[in-house]
Design a protein. Structure first.
Length: 403
């Protein structure tokens, strides 16, 4: 009875409530109920592992990027290469280098190689420059004598005993020339250069330069074969050695029987370098060259001597000092001779030209001139000479430094 009243009461109460209209379909209502029933569980899982979903999302995104980015870069590189603009080419280079480490290393290696090649090339140029400086023209003359320095004049001959080879020793430790150098002459004449010392062995020298004389003592065993070239060279070599000091006479003591020269006690010094043409004596290609007088020929003028300096004598290892294609005019004016070149196309400021000019200076000196003025040369300086001004003739030739 109680339940019935209650049910009726309940119905009455429900009927008295305001009406509510719901336009949702059964399916929509069902879905909402499902969502309500599931939401507590979902919130519960989320509360326990809040990092899981972001992590999975990041991993997924990274995988997608790994797959997509190389393709995009490849496409971009292809499009940049087809572009003609400078900025597009620069972007392509930068983008292509970033992902490819092997390419970067290769480029760096190539750059290092280029730097090394440039350094090597610079080194080679420096060596070439040094080599060119080492090959700069070398003078074969002495222009003046420094104070406290002595010049010792020696002379040798070639193996055929036809050529006189003057040598000048430079001694900065002894300002006075004495007979010591001459009594030890063989020590200063280098046979490897094709120089042959005269056999002055056991002959002693005594220099009396204040009297313009030299005294030599000849041992009994000394002999000169009559009619030989050595007999002629005996006189000429002694004259070549002592004429530069102003010596006028050589006195003899001891065995004075000198073959065709007979028994003499002295002879007058005759300078064998006078009125001579000067050429180059070089025994072999790799030996030292020497300027030498051509004493076995006679010249009537400096002009004839200069012309003959174009002629070689290979049988005596004599080389011409003036090239055949060089032409010039000679004018004499007192103590100065002027040599004007008319063909200078092949003249360079090198060793060959310097040797030519120095041989001309010696030839001018042998004919009594004090200076030479060279004209129409294609350069202003060669070796130690300013060729725009008259050049004094030298004091000696073929120098060799002792100390």
């Amino acid at each position: 009875m109680t339940n019935r009243v209650t049910d009726e009461k309940l119905k009455e109460m429900l009927s008295s409530m305001p009406k509510v209209q719901d336009t949702q379909t059964k399916e929509e209502l069902y879905q909402k109920l499902q969502d309500v029933s599931k939401s507590p569980k979902k919130r519960k899982r989320t509360s326990k592992k809040p990092w899981l979903v972001p992590t999975l999302a990041s991993v997924s995104l990274l995988c997608v990027l790994i797959l997509i980015v190389p393709s995009m870069l490849s496409n971009n590189q292809g499009s940049y290469e087809s572009s003609g603009s400078e900025s597009s080419k620069l972007d392509t280079t930068e983008e292509s280098i970033v992902p490819d480490r092997s390419t970067t290393i290769k480029k760096a290696d190539e750059l290092d190689d280029m730097k090394q090649d440039k350094a090597a090339e610079s080194n080679d140029q420096a060596l070439i420059g040094q080599s060119e400086m080492e090959k700069s023209p070398q003078s074969m003359l002495i222009q003046k004598v420094p104070e406290q320095v002595s010049l010792v004049h020696l002379a040798a001959m070639d193996p055929s005993a036809q050529v006189i080879i003057p040598i000048t020793l430079i001694d900065s430790t002894n300002p006075i020339v004495d007979e010591t150098y001459y009594n030890q002459m063989d020590n200063y004449i280098h046979k490897e250069d094709g120089l042959v010392p005269f056999d002055f062995q056991n002959i002693t020298f005594n220099l009396l330069l204040e009297k313009d004389e030299v005294q030599i003592t000849i041992p009994e065993e000394f002999q000169l074969q009559a009619g030989s070239a050595l007999q002629t060279m005996f006189n000429r070599l002694l004259s070549a050695m002592f004429a530069p000091y102003g010596v006028e006479r050589i006195n003899l003591e001891g065995n004075t029987n000198l073959g065709d020269m007979g028994n003499i006690d002295s002879f007058k010094v005759v300078d064998p370098l006078a009125n001579s043409a000067f050429k180059v004596y070089q025994y072999q290609e790799d030996t030292r060259p020497f300027l030498v007088p051509i004493h076995y020929q006679s010249y009537t003028s400096i002009q004839s001597a200069l012309v003959d300096m174009k002629v070689e004598a290979p049988q005596f290892n004599i080389e011409a000092t003036i090239p055949e294609n060089i032409t010039f005019d000679v004018q004499e004016d007192g103590e100065t001779v002027t040599i004007s070149f008319t063909e200078v196309n092949d003249l360079k400021a090198n060793q060959r030209t310097l040797t030519m000019l120095e041989s001309m200076l010696l030839t001018a000196k042998s004919f009594g001139y004090e200076s030479v003025h060279f004209e129409q040369l294609p350069f202003k300086q060669i070796g130690p000479y300013d060729v725009t001004e008259p050049i004094p003739v030298p004091v000696a030739m073929n120098p060799e430094q002792l100390h």
